[in-house]
Design a protein around this ligand. Structure first.
Ligand code: FAD
Length: 269
């Protein structure tokens, strides 16, 4: 495979959610003044791609769909070592749900290379949190999918991955091409070098709209989104509950706990 290997990484710009708050009156995210970052899981996906570049000389392309200023995350990826990047940006993409997002990204992938060896995604985006876009793209590309990847090796046209399961690790072998979603256990992402940043700042990042990727109007944006967000709200703050100290009078404390459970209908009177 060697020099001809081509991998594509989808990276999303997200608000730094440690700072995100919800407006209790409008139920919308308060994004003002909130820093935007590369989705942290996408850093791990990018690192896997860059390791394939280190080892096999793979070409690494990055794609993001978002507003014009989302080119920042692509430049960050270039600074770390990606070869080229494309920003999908068009008002026609606005309001996309996960299906419409998957379709738009798939059209861009097809334009970059109709047959890439691996398309990488983060496990999930930390704002949308659905973890649906990687699987959605694999379906549209009609390509195998491996999720929760924590280790990867490629020899010829065969890949071997370890996937991070709740109860252990699965080892999966398969043939390229494949779509993968990557977890944080995979690696420690590299930093960009100063010279990497200098090159990335000057890099030409094409901006593609719906027409550029031959996207059908009824498949993108609001028109292409069969699901709608009807409400967004912060979960109610949990109160501390009732504390009972049974050290002095254990029998009384036990009786009080039983009474409280009976009052709630958890145990019969
Ligand atoms: P996940 O599926 O959790 O992301 C997995 C991986 O996919 C990421 O790690 C990354 O590698 C890749 N990825 C995801 N999104 C992108 C991207 N844009 N570019 C590159 N790679 C990406 N958003 C709006 O801005 N306006 C709306 O009106 C709107 N309506 C929505 C309605 C519904 C019902 C839903 C569920 C979501 C809506 N969203 C909207 C959010 C938008 O659909 C999601 O941000 C987008 O589909 C990605 O889903 P996610 O964030 O859950 O990503």
């Amino acid at each position: 495979m060697g020099k001809d290997m081509h991998v594509i990484v989808c990276v999303k710009q997200v608000p730094d959610t440690t700072n995100v708050r919800i407006n209790p009156e409008t139920n919308t995210l308060m994004r003002e003044g909130v820093e935007s970052i590369m989705n942290p899981y996408d850093e791990f996906a990018l690192e896997e791609a860059l390791r394939l570049k280190d080892k096999h000389g793979a070409r690494v392309s990055v794609i993001s769909m978002g507003p014009p200023q989302a080119d920042v995350v692509l430049r960050e990826a270039l600074a770390r070592g990606a070869d080229d990047g494309v920003l999908l940006t068009d008002r026609a993409f606005a309001g996309a749900d996960t299906l419409a997002t998957s379709y738009a990204l798939t059209q861009a992938i097809r334009k970059i290379n109709p047959a890439p060896d691996i398309v990488f995604f983060g496990k999930q985006a930390i704002d949308g949190d659905t973890a649906q876009v990687g699987p959605g793209v694999s379906e549209l590309l009609n390509c195998s999918l491996v999720t929760y990847v924590q280790a990867l090796s490629v020899e010829g046209d065969t890949f071997t991955v370890e996937t991070h399961m709740d109860d252990g690790t699965d080892v999966i072998e398969g043939k390229l091409p494949v779509v993968m979603t990557v977890v944080k256990e995979a690696s420690t992402p590299r930093f960009a070098s100063l010279s990497g940043w200098m090159g990335a700042k000057q890099a030409d990042i094409p901006k593609w709209g719906a027409a550029d990727v031959r996207a059908e109007k009824e498949m993108i944006g609001l028109d292409g989104s069969p699901t709608k967000v009807v409400k967004i709200f912060a979960p109610p703050v949990k109160t501390g509950g009732v504390r009972m100290d049974g050290r002095a009078e254990p029998d009384a404390a036990v009786a009080a706990v039983v009474r409280a459970l009976q009052d709630k209908g958890v145990v019969k009177s």
